[in-house]
Design a protein. Structure first.
Length: 366
């Protein structure tokens, strides 16, 4: 049976924003749940107030001849009828739903880019039922992360980040979100694996979870037992469109720096070499397959067939390792590449360029 991989459904504090007087939804201290949990209720009570539902509308292309569209997330489910009725009321708009979580009492919310991308209108529903309009502060397609903002007269409950580097396979986790547009709900499970690469982008490094995650959970948080956000629910593998116990979340170690850049600048500026790379079976390093004409690599003298093993003192384990190292560097900086070329080893200094905004290539292009 064929299985499909599905998406699960300026950041400056305003001068007029109220002072940060609201305590975080979770305080530091001992885990709220330890060992085999009898109940997750204490954890739910602490963190769910900071989890939000996100509804978006998008214009439908006129060429669709006014046909009503139902999102793949709900097609074939009991909710299809509900979405069709809502579509009729909204005319030439397409409805979508997802989840998010508040990280700042001033109303800064983290979600997935695919939840709010190309949205004409975004409405955030708080846990208390209040609805607020939201605007996008910044988004990043390559990591599927977006930051949005709502304005509230009072400080909002928020959650804190945890360190995903401390997460071990077998650890208990709890996922929260808005499955199938039904409203806030939670599910629990364990971390099934780390470092999963599902081919979504060169930066794949997912946590695999067995907690039930369904369409509409996209953008919702994955919590550790301290109530800290250690990942963002993003995708599932499913033959039916529903959960079969294989979900993927973006770890906080990747999310946090992206979120901070989106909050301060609205976009991500990544380093770029301008090469196509491939792995060498049974050997650490990355082989240059092709250099982009006029790109940084070609200007530095890199050639087809060069085998890169080090960036400075950082070991290159694979093509994707090299892509991530370069992407993390500031454009305009210089890197020293250790290159094996035929029977010799040479050091090639490269001035890193900025990854083009329209560079939609994936795989091992850098």
């Amino acid at each position: 049976m064929a299985c499909a991989l599905l998406p699960v459904g300026e950041a400056r504090a305003d001068a007029s924003a109220p002072p940060n007087t609201t305590p975080p939804a979770v305080t530091d201290g001992l885990p709220l749940v330890a060992g085999l949990p009898v109940t997750f209720a204490p954890l739910v009570r602490r963190v769910v107030p900071a989890v939000v539902n996100i509804a978006v509308t998008r214009d439908i292309n006129p060429s669709t001849n006014r046909r009503l569209h139902v999102l793949p997330d709900v097609k074939g489910t009991p909710l299809e009828r509900r979405f069709r009725e809502r579509l009729r009321r909204h005319g030439e708009e397409m409805l979508g739903a997802g989840s998010g979580f508040i990280i700042d009492p001033a109303g800064v919310i983290v979600t997935n880019n695919h939840v709010v991308g190309d949205a004409n209108n975004i409405t955030v529903s708080l846990a208390n039922g209040h609805e607020l309009p939201a605007r996008v502060l910044g988004s990043d397609d390559l990591t599927d992360i977006a930051v949005i903002k709502v304005e509230s007269l009072t400080p909002l409950p928020y959650v804190r980040w945890g360190d995903s580097r401390e997460v071990q396979v077998g650890d208990w986790i709890m996922a929260a979100g808005n499955p199938f547009g039904l409203g806030s709900s939670v599910s629990a499970g364990i971390v099934s694996a780390r470092g999963r690469d599902i081919g979504a982008s060169p930066f794949d490094d997912f946590l695999q979870l067995d907690a039930p995650i369904n369409p509409g959970n996209s953008g919702g948080p994955t919590f550790n037992m301290k109530g800290e956000v250690i990942a963002i629910n993003t995708a599932i593998v499913s033959p039916t469109g529903g959960s079969v116990g294989i979900g993927f979340s973006i770890p906080s170690e990747l999310v946090i720096p992206v979120v901070e850049m989106l909050r301060t600048g609205g976009h991500i500026e990544r380093g770029w070499l301008g090469v196509t790379l491939e792995d060498e079976e049974g050997q650490d390093g990355a082989r240059v397959v092709e250099t982009d004409p006029g790109g940084p690599a070609q200007k530095a003298g890199l050639r087809r067939g060069d085998f890169i093993t080090l960036v400075g003192n950082d070991r290159v384990e694979s093509a994707r390792t090299l892509i991530r190292i370069v992407a993390a560097r500031k454009p305009g900086s210089t890197l020293s590449l250790t290159v094996h070329r035929k029977a010799t080893t040479v050091i090639v200094p490269v001035t890193i360029g900025a990854r083009p905004d329209d560079d939609s290539r994936d795989g091992d292009d850098q």
